[in-house]
Design a binder for this molecule. Structure first.
Ligand code: GAR
Length: 220
């Protein structure tokens, strides 16, 4: 059997993306094993989800460190000890330092609940609504030195509806996150991604599922 991709997942919150990854590992559609789930938040729901599936967990609380680099060094050591191939940020709400990036070059990915480069940062569902955007979605990308700026692997698009709140939009986006993130990780497991500057090249190429969408529709 081919070697499984060993992933380390970092999560700060409820962990529904973690759950989607666990589920896809369990049903065999994702050729990866989760070596460890690391959280900075002792109350993270992600911890329960991991434990229920018998996955090792580690809480490294950023509050125990006075310097960002020291916190990141502790996380890097934990990931290296477990021989992690890929670091998967799944609702991880801390900024990653260069120390961390240097330890895992082109091997840290993130999911963001907007169509980057629009709406980086926080509270992005409300920002997309307030801006009057007709579509939003999610972006899976490699981490680079900036905030939500790294090369884009995959995006999924959802419409923004007239009566949307940040919560209803977040839920619609989250459904797509759960599809996209395991699929993006699977591309990495298959060795199909290459980063060329800002571009992520997928070989063999995968065509998009849709060619165009209109919101609002001009029909009816
Ligand atoms: C997800 O929507 C993810 O895209 C977002 O946090 C949520 C975590 O949900 N991440 C960020 O905003 C990163 N800046 P989850 O804990 O249920 O996976």
């Amino acid at each position: 059997m081919a070697k499984m991709l060993r992933i380390g997942v970092q999560a700060s919150g409820g962990g529904t993306n973690l759950q989607a990854i666990i589920d896809r590992c369990q049903d065999g559609s994702l050729a990866a094993e989760i070596a460890v789930v690391i959280t900075n938040n002792p109350g993270a729901g992600a911890l329960d989800r991991a434990r229920k599936s018998g996955i090792k967990t580690l809480c490294i609380n950023h509050r125990d460190f006075s310097q960002r680099e020291d916190f990141d060094n502790a996380v890097v050591n934990a990931l290296q000890e477990r021989k992690v191939d890929l670091v998967v940020l799944a609702g991880f709400m801390r900024i990653i330092t260069q120390t961390f990036i240097d330890a895992f070059p082109e091997r840290i990915i993130n999911i963001h609940p907007a169509l980057l480069p629009a709406f980086p940062g926080l509270h992005v569902q409300q920002q997309a609504i307030d801006y009057g955007a007709r579509f939003s979605g999610c972006t899976v990308h490699f981490i680079d030195g900036g905030v939500d700026t790294g090369p884009i692997i995959m995006q999924a698009v959802v419409p923004i509806l007239p009566d949307d709140t940040a919560d209803t939009l977040a839920a619609r986006i989250l459904e797509q996150e759960h599809q996209a993130y395991p699929r993006a990780i699977q591309l990495i497991a298959e060795g199909r991604l290459r980063v060329d500057g800002r571009l992520v090249i997928i070989e063999p190429a995968s065509p998009p599922e849709v060619t165009a969408m209109l919101n609002p529709s001009t029909e009816g």
